[in-house]
Design a protein around this ligand. Structure first.
Ligand SMILES: [Zn+2]
Length: 153
């Protein structure tokens, strides 16, 4: 739906508002991946994506409209986590998703904020004076791990 409704333009990026599930769909169905930088994930926890013209930021935002889920009890139970994974009827859920199609979605035109337009430049790389591994200099005088970002015990 978002791809179909996207504005004119040769190149587009995707902004995804959740880090769960949805980024995978974008990566499977469009050329936009997290790795190539055309998919940006800003995890505000909303089940929504925006496909936008990559230079102007003009785009279409599509979200799951949860107010439309009353006719689809299995989707509703999955979305609101009303059932445990074991209690879910996977077949029914998939059937409902296919049956519902775009009926449970809503689309609107948006202008993406300038902070989320354009590619982040890589910049120079150097050896971290503490751990000795290569890191982007823009992080500071040491890599972020050595500046205190705890990754391991
Ligand atoms: Zn380091």
């Amino acid at each position: 739906m978002a791809m179909r409704e996207r504005p004119e333009g040769e190149f587009f990026d995707v902004l995804c508002e959740t880090s769960v599930c949805l980024p995978d769909a974008v990566q499977l169905l469009t050329p936009c991946t997290y790795g190539n930088g055309w998919l940006k994930v800003v995890d505000v926890g909303r089940f929504a994506i925006t496909v936008f013209e990559k230079y102007s930021g003009k785009g279409v935002r599509v979200h799951l409209d949860a107010s439309k889920l009353d006719d689809y009890p299995e989707i509703k139970a999955w979305f609101f986590r009303l059932k445990t994974k074991k209690e879910q009827d996977q077949e029914k859920l998939l059937r409902e998703i296919l049956d519902a199609g775009e009926r449970i979605l809503a689309a609107s035109g948006v202008q993406v904020d300038a902070r989320h337009i354009g590619k982040k430049k890589g910049g120079p790389t150097a050896f971290c004076p503490k751990c000795g591994e290569a890191y982007p200099v823009k992080s500071g005088n040491a890599c972020l791990a050595c500046q205190g970002e705890i990754l391991y015990k």
